[in-house]
Design a protein around this ligand. Sequence first.
Ligand code: FES
Length: 148
Amino acid sequence: MPRDLLHESVLTRRHFVGASTGILAVGCAGQKWKTRSVKTRDGVAELDLKDIPELASPGGMLAVKPDGAAKPVLVMRLEHDTFRVMSLKCTHMGCTVRWDNDEQVLRCPCHGSRFGDDGRVLDGPAKRGLAVYQSQLNGTKLLFKPES
Ligand code: FES
């Protein structure tokens, strides 16, 4: 897979805001953390995008829990049919980070680390960014291999 599939697309703040009604379930403070279960085969998760309205357009995002994965991952649709798949496991002590729709960041509820929508650390105590996994779009199927 070409490296730029994951790294050259730009997800703008405007896109996230524009898609906010579809992603509220992902992580507004105080709301229940909803995830969709995803089957894996040989460690590879497969999402059929035609069944996932949250990922129908750029800016959409959805938390999913692949079979066998310790933590959910966040799938974001970027521009030009590209996607970002990112671990929601905080790199400080392993809590599950959540999307803060007001601030447009990922926030850890345990000790307050904040991460950008590309996983980079904005505020500690976490020192490393969130893990980003390679993904491959195959027709309407998005394939990715989360850490187990
Ligand atoms: S576990 Fe996330 S900031 Fe400590």
